[in-house]
Design a protein around this ligand. Structure first.
Ligand code: T46
Length: 134
C-alpha cells in the first residue's frame, strides 16, 4: 500500500510559523468541508469505517495521534505529529485513529459535504464492497 503524506510549506519568520493550504495547489481536491476533533479521551479509537467516495487530508495541527489505514489487503500505521504534515486518505480505505495525545487536535479537509450514506461502518461489509468492485 502506498501511503501519501504531504509535507506542507511552513512560512516561518521571527514571530513563528504559518501554514497555508489552497485547494488544487496544496490539497488535491476542492475542499468542501473542514472538521476537527479534540479532547479525545485516553484509549479511544475513532473512525472504524471507510468511505465510498470521500477523499480527505488529515492534519494533526496540535499534539499527535496514529492512523491505521487498511485497504482490505494491507494495513499500515501512520504517525501524525507535526502541524505541517497531512495524510491523504482515499475512498475505499478503512481508517482508525487512536493514541491521541491530550493536546491533540486532528483537523480534516474533506472533498465532500457530510453524507452518512457514504460511510461503510461494518468491516465485513467493507471487505465485501471492495472485493465486489474488482
Ligand atoms: C473520517 C474520520 C477521519 C457531523 O455532523 N458532520 C461531520 O462532518 C462529521 C465528520 C461528523 N458529524 C457528526 C456525526 C456523529 O454524530 O459528528 C459525530 C461524530 O462523527 P463520527 O463518529 O463519524 O467521527 P469519527 O471521528 O469516527 O470519524 C470522522 C469522520 O466522520 C470520518 O469521515 O474519515 O473522522
Amino acid at each position: 500500500m502506498h501511503v501519501v503524506k504531504y509535507m506542507f510549506q511552513p512560512h516561518g519568520d521571527e514571530r513563528g510559523q504559518l501554514v497555508s493550504l489552497e485547494e488544487f495547489i496544496d490539497i488535491p481536491f476542492a475542499i468542501k468541508r473542514v472538521y476537527y476533533m479534540y479532547d479525545t479521551l485516553d484509549g479511544v479509537v475513532r473512525g472504524k469505517h471507510a468511505h465510498k467516495s470521500l477523499k480527505q487530508i488529515l492534519i494533526c495541527i496540535s499534539g499527535s495521534c496514529k492512523v491505521l489505514l487498511d485497504n482490505g489487503k494491507e494495513k499500515k500505521v501512520v504517525n501524525l505529529e507535526k502541524p505541517y504534515e497531512g495524510l491523504y486518505v482515499d475512498n475505499d480505505m478503512w481508517r482508525e485513529m487512536y493514541d491521541f495525545s491530550k493536546d491533540a487536535v486532528l483537523m480534516v479537509l474533506a472533498s465532500e459535504l457530510y453524507n452518512e450514506k457514504d460511510y461503510i461502518r461494518n468491516y465485513d461489509e467493507f471487505l465485501q464492497y471492495i472485493n465486489q468492485k474488482k
